[in-house]
Design a protein around this ligand. Structure first.
Ligand code: TRP
Length: 318
């Protein structure tokens, strides 16, 4: 089980770092992928106008990446109200101090200010545990930044099982083995840095962004020797142009290869790499997403109802 907040279109960092792994998981086991709209509300409660569009865009990108609705259950968090009910029940047993010490809570308050310090935002990692536990998920593919949430989630499960008897499954995080994908400015690719290339970008837009990428700052003139290890263009070559990496490495170092040519080759390779994904995205009718999510919610709710019934019975609710 895994999830993403609907923040809009996804970028190639999501594709390479997360979605390819989701597709692999879906080949083997039963999988649940959730659009976490309630999690988005914890910080964007004043800007809800784009939520609906963003849910569709997010799922379109999942489908484009190859997540197969016949194998993977995809659903919107708020369409499975059992998650919210579980959240309320578990909130009774979670000490506030456990939530306050989660690093993302402290960081976000520092970064975004006191208005994100809401009751709902404090409960963010508990809600995430509810997403996971309600599907009885044992494996959760997430990025490094989510490990503290999983750790807290496991503590909550242990506390519940200790108080009421073994009921919930302790989830395990699995880290993606991919390196961070650098954005056009060399920092980690992220929409918030505006250094991203979207899955849905067309080839011209992609080429333009690649042309504007930063390279080794010490390689000023065409024949200056470059240092591939500090160059984000080279980092992307490693992902989409693997065969040519030794040649590029050598010719960058000697100064034989200039950045303009290197970028032109990257743009071409990146567009070729993205072509099947983009073609798939264009072939999907946006309305068809709604039917997939409706079907997904029905399947997810069937599982969720079962878990919630077990939880209530363990708690001896009358
Ligand atoms: N908090 C996750 C993130 O920001 C998104 C998420 C919500 C999630 N619910 C989840 C991830 C359940 C894994 C499992 O990336």
């Amino acid at each position: 089980m895994s999830g993403m907040r609907p923040t809009g279109r996804l970028h190639i960092g999501h594709l390479v770092g997360v979605l390819t792994q989701w597709v692999e998981f879906a080949k083997g086991d039963e999988v649940f992928f959730e659009v976490a709209d309630l999690h988005a509300l914890t910080t964007a409660y004043e800007r809800t106008g784009a939520l609906r569009v963003n849910v569709r865009e997010t799922v379109l990108d999942w489908l484009a990446a190859g997540v197969d609705p016949a194998r993977a259950t995809m659903y919107v968090q708020s369409h499975v109200p059992e998650i919210s009910e579980l959240h309320l029940l578990l909130s009774m047993i979670v000490p506030i101090s456990w939530l306050q010490r989660v690093p993302t809570f402290k960081d976000q308050i520092g970064a975004l200010g006191a208005e994100v310090a809401t009751y709902g935002f404090l409960g963010y990692p508990l809600m995430q545990l509810c997403d996971i536990a309600i599907m009885r998920a044992d494996t959760v593919p997430v990025g490094k930044d989510q490990l503290s949430h999983l750790e807290l989630g496991r503590e909550i499960v242990r506390r519940f099982n200790f108080l009421y008897g073994p009921t919930l499954v302790e989830p395990q995080a699995t880290l993606s083995e991919f390196p961070d994908v650098p954005g056009t400015d060399g920092r980690k690719m992220s929409k918030s840095y505006d250094n991203h290339i979207e899955i849905a970008d067309d080839e011209a837009a992609t080429t333009k962004k690649v042309r504007a990428m930063v390279t080794d700052p010490l390689k000023v003139r065409r024949h200056d020797p470059g240092r591939p290890e500090v160059c984000p263009v080279f980092a992307l070559q490693r992902i989409v142009n693997t065969d040519r990496v030794p040649w590029i490495d050598e010719n960058c170092r000697t100064g034989a290869l200039g950045c303009v040519d290197c970028k032109a080759e990257l743009a071409e390779r990146l567009n070729a790499f993205m072509r099947p994904v983009r073609e798939r995205r264009l072939a999907i009718a946006p309305e068809s997403v709604d039917a997939i999510l409706e079907d997904g919610a029905a399947k997810a709710r069937a599982v969720a109802r079962g878990t919630l019934a077990d939880v209530k019975s363990a708690m001896q609710l009358p």
